[in-house]
Design a protein around this ligand. Structure first.
Ligand code: AMP
Length: 280
């Protein structure tokens, strides 16, 4: 695997390969890699001749300073995992390489309602920050295919919109959430859970599944209240637990069999904010 620190060197290598007709798959990450990330690398390897993975903890998408400062960094281990996976290129830029003027800049993306609901409501500016870094990465790397996880369901929708807005010639592929054996969605932030918190954390997925199993026979608001009560009893602080249409993330209380929905949650355990979702 070749590690690049500058867009310039990465671009010149990729241009060379593209001229030879090779296709490029791209997996953007913030590092502290786990099997969720690795599933995206597997998918990229199936679709493309060459895979680029990026690791960059993007300050522009954090609206909480402590969350940014304490974000886990495990770069040497990440490099080892990427080598084992047969990833061809790692892009590991510094903050000044991505944001050369010392700040992320003022560019605004017209994302519409999708950036105002759910994560957007509780993390103002978050998706603008995601778009700032993704636009830079995508416009430089110009991958044929982009691989992202449905663990971050709303982020996938935002990036799909970004590809349209910027008229980028890249196809987005989304992959299912990879979970621990007890159901907890794999996440870099899980590393920050205390042993006691880690043992309680799988309750999030259990409650989502319970709602999913009962939603065709019971009222969603009642199911939601039961789930919230069970989670709060165990010390979770809930930002949202919402049912939304999968096509445009409109929140609703009414489930109809013919429509596809997604049930999304964001909740704190101590200082750690966890998100998860299930498709219905
Ligand atoms: P992150 O490093 O958290 O920014 O995530 C990088 C990519 O990995 C994003 O597309 C995430 O949606 C995806 N990802 C993170 N966790 C998982 C998971 N448990 N299963 C599948 N994909 C994931």
């Amino acid at each position: 695997m070749i590690i690049f620190k500058t867009f310039r060197n990465l671009n010149s290598t990729l241009q060379h390969l593209k001229k030879q007709g090779k296709s490029i798959g791209f997996v953007p990450t913030m590092g502290a890699l786990h099997e969720g990330h690795l599933s995206l690398l597997d998918l990229a390897a199936k679709h493309n001749d060459y895979t680029v993975c990026s690791i960059f903890v993007n300050p522009a998408q954090f609206n909480n300073r402590e969350d940014f400062e304490k974000y886990p960094l495990t770069v040497s281990h990440d490099i080892q995992l990427l080598e084992e996976k047969g990833c061809h290129f790692l892009f590991l830029p510094s903050e000044s390489e991505v944001y050369p003027n010392g700040s992320p800049g003022q560019k605004h993306f017209r994302l519409g309602n999708i950036e105002r609901v759910l994560e957007g409501e509780y993390r103002p500016g978050h998706f603008q920050g995601v778009c700032l870094v993704m636009e830079k990465l995508l416009s430089n790397i110009k991958p044929d295919d982009l691989f992202m996880g449905r663990k971050d369901f709303q982020q996938c929708m935002v990036v799909k919109k970004l590809l349209q807005l910027e008229r980028l010639d890249t196809t987005l592929h989304t992959a299912p959430t990879v979970r621990e054996s007890d159901g907890l969605a794999k996440s870099s932030r899980n590393l920050r859970l205390s042993p006691a918190e880690r043992s309680i954390a799988p309750l999030i997925y259990k409650e989502l599944k319970k709602i999913k199993e009962n939603i065709s026979v019971k009222n969603f608001n009642d199911l939601r209240a039961e789930a919230v009560a069970a989670l709060e009893k165990n010390g979770f602080k809930i930002d949202y637990l919402s049912l939304a249409t999968a096509k445009d993330l409109q929140s609703t209380d009414h489930y109809m069999e013919k429509e596809e929905y997604v049930l999304l949650i964001a909740a704190y355990l101590g200082n750690i904010r966890l998100i998860d979702n299930v498709l219905i």
